[in-house]
Design a protein around this ligand. Structure first.
Ligand code: NAD
Length: 512
């Protein structure tokens, strides 16, 4: 194991970045929500928390902004998002490093997250000229039937700590071009990245020549602020990203008031390694998907289902990679695994490993790595866990770098193991057998929202619709036609004739 110790104060570096990005000191307070860096464990700043009253006030402003913004032509709204993309390009290095300092991602992943924001802005700009509706054949003479898409209203966006900036942009870039204001409630663990993104968006708004006040609102706070947003009748759509436990609370509340929900919840993602897999490719893909972001991606690979004929060739090599991986300060070149977000995450990892051992598992790795950062910085060795069967902690998501491995003998057995967990986010198969690959992505294969062949389950591009089934919540955001969730569809029928024929041959003749 290679250990990279903490390079310098994360606090000083983060404060300097915030200043450069235009976050004013007035955002900070002497008490309130503590923004802590998982890299060194230092508190970077305190921020005043918004409560229910501030959330209502933000929705007031967003509601007013909606009345104006929906009248702006969509391609013009796209121009605002184009400028946002430009500002993000200019801020990429600083914002990426801030993500590293506040969420603990290695530098290339922090930068990658900002690149994702830029990509979705580009995508949304093009889309702003493509919000197409259909023209539909009508059964009535001299009639025309068509679909039109209209702005929906203020969109609530609740985000998780592990993608502190990209998830906002997946939602916001689409919402803005669709004509909707956005009220953002970021994770209480990553408020600084949200402040920085808001300052960057303000610059884009200024260059645009001003946008209605309330077009982009930020509510810094915890669960209560999120609950107030979810409860507000004036918010017709809430896109909530986080744990399945959070979704179980938020989903019914939105359903109760007939609001739309985009739920992007937990994953328990698996990969199948078949007899014909190219093991060199599988090994690299597995290492990135399972250990990258210190196992804290919703798409992190958590379960490996390996054919018994290749198990002894793959698993010892994988154990070696786990033993050698560079762990430490994510700012240091060469580090591949940074810190866990906090003590609760580390405790959760320890608990899951203890449970796996009690079930007879062989655990390679695991445990705290001392000497990096302060007492409040939690670095863990990724764990590779050979399980006697799929049970216990393997059936649920533990948000830490644990990869459980089991054997299979028949393809049917692999699919059954694959699909028999609660979550349904992402999946992959490593095989050169065309029949296996096609079956895996067919209706009888993986039951996930994302199913890949010969790549791992993580690291999606924005062009596809992102999201998963079952306990992952069923939401889709980012690419493809995900934009439709942010708009209201109207079906219009226009009579340009001189008579009034009714559909389905109904007659209703009155003396007129
Ligand atoms: P979390 O559920 O603890 O918090 C997520 C957000 O929900 C936070 O902003 C939090 O304040 C808010 N929240 C919590 N309870 C709420 C409530 N009752 N009402 C309104 N808001 C509430 O999740 P986390 O620890 O920040 O993130 C990790 C989890 O997120 C993992 O389960 C991961 O798989 C999931 N995740 C999913 C996706 C996806 O796209 N499917 C993406 C990233 C993360």
């Amino acid at each position: 194991m290679t250990v990279h110790t903490a390079a310098a104060s994360a606090r000083e570096e983060a404060l300097a970045i915030l200043k450069r990005l235009g976050v004013s000191d007035t955002a900070f307070a002497s008490t309130g929500l503590a923004a802590r860096s998982p890299v060194t464990g230092e508190i970077i700043a305190h921020i005043r928390e918004a409560g229910a009253a501030e959330t209502r006030a933000a929705v007031d402003r967003a509601e007013k902004a909606f009345a104006e913004w929906r009248r702006v032509p969509a391609p013009r709204r796209g121009e605002f998002v184009r400028l946002l993309g430009e500002e993000l390009r200019a801020a990429k290095e600083d914002l990426g490093l801030l993500v590293t300092l506040e969420a603990g991602k290695i530098v290339s992943e922090g930068l990658g997250e900002v690149q994702e924001m830029i990509d979705i802005c580009d995508f949304a700009v093009g889309l702003s000229r493509q919000l197409y509706g259909l023209t539909i054949a009508t059964e009535r003479p001299h009639h025309r039937m068509m679909e039109t898409w209209h702005p929906l209203g203020p969109v609530g966006v609740i985000t998780a700590f592990n993608f502190p900036v990209a998830v906002w942009s997946w939602n916001a870039a689409l919402a803005f071009i669709c004509g909707d204001p956005v009220i953002w409630k970021p994770s209480e663990k990553t408020p600084l990245a949200a402040l920085a993104v808001t300052a960057i968006t303000e610059r884009a708004a200024k260059r645009f020549g001003g946008v209605p006040e309330g077009l982009f609102e930020l509510i810094i706070g915890g669960r209560e602020a999120g609950e107030a947003l979810v409860a507000d009748e004036r918010v017709p759509l809430v896109s909530a990203t986080g744990s399945t436990a959070m979704g179980r609370k938020v989903g019914p509340k939105l359903a109760e008031r007939f609001a739309r929900a985009i739920l992007e919840l937990g994953g328990n993602n698996a990969a199948v390694v078949a007899p014909s897999a190219v093991l060199d490719i599988a090994l690299r893909a597995i290492a990135f998907a399972a250990m990258g972001t210190a196992g804290q991606r919703c798409t992190t690979l958590r379960r490996l289902i390996v054919h018994s004929s290749v198990y002894d060739k793959l698993v010892p090599r994988l154990a070696k990679v786990y033993g050698n991986v560079a762990i430490g300060d994510p700012r240091v070149k060469g580090t591949l695994v940074g810190p866990l977000i906090d003590k609760a995450a580390f405790d959760g990892m320890e608990k899951a490993l203890a449970e796996a051992k009690s079930l007879g598992a062989t655990v390679h790795g695991g445990g705290r790595v001392a000497g990096i950062g302060g007492e409040e910085a939690y670095y863990a060795r990724p764990a590779l866990v050979e399980m006697p069967g799929q049970s216990g902690p393997m059936l649920r998501e533990t948000f830490a770098p644990i990869l459980y491995v089991v054997k299979y003998d028949t393809f049917e057995e692999a699919i059954a193991l694959h699909n028999s967990v609660g979550a349904g986010l992402s999946s992959s198969i490593f095989t050169l057998d065309m029949r296996e690959a096609e079956r895996f992505v067919s209706a009888e294969g993986s039951d996930c929202g994302i199913a890949n062949v010969n790549i791992g389950p993580s690291g999606a591009e924005i062009g596809g619709a992102f999201g998963g089934e079952k306990e992952t919540g069923g939401g889709r955001e980012a690419g493809s036609d995900a934009w439709k969730a942010y708009m209201r569809r109207a079906t219009n029928t226009i009579n340009y004739g001189t008579a009034l024929p009714l559909a389905q041959g109904v007659t209703f003749d009155v003396d007129a």
